[in-house]
Design a protein around this ligand. Structure first.
Ligand code: MIC
Ligand code: SF4
Length: 651
């Protein structure tokens, strides 16, 4: 039986287990990336584990989310990250170099390599045939130290592309079409592997737009074959040696198949406030727009901004609308500037920003109250923009540019100016700042770790207790995101390296009183509906509840990365059915009837909870032996430390 491309890459890296759908395997990690919101914890954990040198081929540390350095705490984090990268052997991309996925793609992504990133959009690399998987910082820390990365073998879905995109339809619309058809939880534990004749009609860049936003489907990752178009891209990147041809076997067997006729795709837009709330742009055209933002790791590349510049060339942004272009990398900024496009954007009334994530997480360009913001980004969860009752739409750069011109949501096909779909031309070669901005390990400038006063120790949890009880501290609906648990806005993110302080913000957006109540209760439970913890990879969304004494999350289902973060920090991810969810009220006293240690260690798949001393229900614990060991030890950090100590004693 032929193999899928996913199977081939997994098999090439297999160090533990067998490749059977649903079974856990360990894979060797070639490359890692982290950024300024996740990297500080990852390096503190690397230090706490007593590791002394990065073992992977390439480890990257970026500073992209908080480039405005609004507070000394952030500047301290950046300085610490530079010192950690230099001390342990990672490359360091200075603040302003760009968003990690774009910068890594320009400089290091390579077909056939495994990339583990402390960021949920790590699958971007899949557009170039690399297997990129997002995870929590602790998994990145151990991977940097040479440990395998563990995952359940995902189902592989064949996304068969046919035909070619028509004018004004873009790669962004392809992934929006998948989100329109399916949902933000459809892709959990699945890999989307793109095949079919339509693949070769998409450029390497367009492929990375699609794989980037496969994350919004909940997917483990997405991957394209590496072919002639990939080869040409690597030549332009001046890294031809990194190219290898990769494809699934012609008779590969997939778990599922989706067919997308590219020719039928039209400009689409995701409406507030969930990425899968997608409609044709024409269905919402005419809505007045206050803000248009072009950028992000999805659509901030040179190839994304070029069409915007061409569409705005010699024209003007509508007076009622603010337009901001934030390139995803300084290389993109430099190329736009050298080729004259920045001047055209500026002349049209665009505010050209530095390369940053910035507004994507509400760090800058927070929308005004009761306003509409149209963005080329990937997430529009309510409040993520920094404005609680926001109205954020997601679309392609072309739709954003048309909207900026008219001041209302506009399908570019309806513009009443004489304009053709601009498309983009690849530059002959990519030029730019990366070389001067990236500090390679042999260029390290610091002498050891440099920690500012806000950088605290990594908190450790005690081993699992036999009796677990406490109140249902908070009852939440479906699709709670990690942005609800720990927002990434500026006032919160300055404490990413200081868990005691950060935990004060835990679930504040859902209930202002949560953190204080949890701390006081000294133990308790979270209750949630489906897809709990979707969105970002931030492990702080598990670490802070742990710090506040939460024992377990009782949810109808979990998002993949968040579930593994809960396990990594020793919190039980327990599944409940709908009837139990309906029956539990916030404030109810919950007790786990079983001896929790016995239940976890003996492999029990169900446990019993007793609520208010009145009724009982069965809850599920879907965890393998390795994960149960982590839970029993109080999480991956104490567990791994113990393993190292034991290895030392036996040596
Ligand atoms: C995001 O887009 O939400 C982030 C900020 O990039 C996160 C990372 C984090 O919060 O640390 C992600 O996507 O993983
Ligand atoms: Fe940055 Fe937004 Fe991409 Fe996250 S989704 S890495 S915040 S640009």
């Amino acid at each position: 039986m032929g193999r899928t491309l996913t199977e081939k890459i997994l098999a090439d890296h297999l160090v533990d287990g067998d490749i059977e759908t649903g079974e856990e395997i360990g894979i060797a990690v070639d490359q890692t990336i982290a950024h300024d919101l996740t990297g500080t914890m990852a390096w503190l954990q690397f230090e706490a584990l007593g590791l002394d040198e990065v073992q992977v081929e390439v480890a990257g540390q970026h500073c992209d989310h908080q480039t405005y350095q609004p507070d000394f705490k952030v500047s301290d984090d950046h300085r610490f990250l530079r010192s950690a990268a230099g001390t342990y052997g990672a490359y360091f991309a200075r603040p302003g170099t760009g968003i990690l996925h774009q910068v890594h793609k320009e400089n290091f992504t390579a077909p056939g390599k495994t990339l583990i990133g402390a960021d949920s959009h790590t699958p971007t690399a899949g557009g170039l045939g690399s297997l990129g998987i997002g995870t929590g910082g602790l998994d990145v820390a151990t991977a940097m130290g040479g440990a395998p990365f563990y995952l359940d073998v995902p189902e592989v879905v064949n996304v068969r592309l046919e035909g070619e995109l028509s004018a004004w339809a873009t790669a962004k619309d392809v992934i929006l079409e998948l989100l329109r058809r399916y949902s933000v939880k459809f892709g959990v534990d699945k890999v989307f592997e793109y095949t079919g004749p339509g693949v070769e009609s998409l450029s390497a860049h367009e492929r990375t737009v699609i794989t980037n936003m496969g994350t919004e489907l909940g997917a483990t990752t997405s991957v394209f074959p590496s072919d002639e178009r990939t080869k040409a891209f690597f030549q332009r990147l001046e890294r031809p040696e990194d190219y290898v041809e990769l494809a699934p076997d012609p008779d590969a067997e997939y778990d599922d198949e989706i067919v997308v006729d590219l020719g039928e795709i039209e400009p689409l837009i995701s409406c507030p406030s969930m990425p899968d709330n997608v409609v044709p742009v024409r269905e919402v055209s005419g809505i007045a727009v206050d803000q248009v933002l072009v950028g992000s790791c999805t659509n901030g590349a040179y190839e994304d901004i070029l069409p915007v510049a061409k569409m705005l060339d010699g024209r003007e942004v509508a007076k009622r609308t603010e337009a901001v272009v934030a390139p995803a990398s300084k290389q993109a900024s430099e190329m736009l500037a050298r080729n004259g496009f920045t001047a055209e954007l500026m002349a049209a009334g665009v505010n050209v920003s530095e390369a940053t994530c910035g507004a994507c997480i509400g760090a800058g360009h927070v929308p005004a109250s009761d306003s509409v913001s149209v963005r080329t980004f990937n997430r529009n969860f309510e409040g993520r923009s920094g404005m609680e009752e926001d109205a954020v739409y997601l679309c392609s750069p072309e739709v954003a540019a048309a909207t900026a011109l008219t001041g209302e949501i506009t399908d570019p096909r309806d513009l009443d100016i004489d304009i053709e779909a601009p498309g983009f031309e690849y530059p002959e070669r990519y030029i730019g700042a990366s070389e001067s901005d990236i500090i390679m390990p042999d260029e390290a400038v610091d002498d050891g770790l440099v920690k500012g006063p806000n950088i605290d120790e990594v908190p450790l949890k005690d081993p699992l207790g036999a009796t677990l009880g406490g109140p249902a501290l908070l009852k939440m609906p479906d699709n709670i995101t990690t942005d609800h648990v720990i927002p990434a806005t500026q006032e919160v993110s300055v404490y990413r390296s200081n868990v005691p302080k950060l935990s004060e913000f835990t679930l504040k957006r859902v209930d202002e009183t949560f953190a204080a109540r949890a701390a006081e209760a000294d133990g308790g439970f979270l209750v949630a509906g489906e897809n709990y913890g979707q969105g970002s990879s931030r492990e702080h969304a598990a670490l802070c509840p742990m710090y506040l004494g939460v024992h377990a999350v009782l949810a109808q289902s979990f998002a993949r990365i968040h579930k593994s973060n809960l396990l990594n920090f020793g919190l039980l991810p327990l599944t409940i059915d709908e009837a139990t969810y309906e029956r539990i009220d916030q404030g109810d006293e919950i007790e786990i009837v079983d001896d929790a240690v016995d239940a976890v260690e003996s492999g029990q798949e169900t446990l019993t909870i007793r609520v208010d001393d009145e009724w009982e229900a069965t809850v599920g614990l879907d965890a393998n032996e390795r994960e149960r060991d982590l839970l029993a030890a109080g999480g991956k950090l104490p567990h791994t430390r113990q393993q190292f100590a034991d290895a030392g004693e036996n040596a």
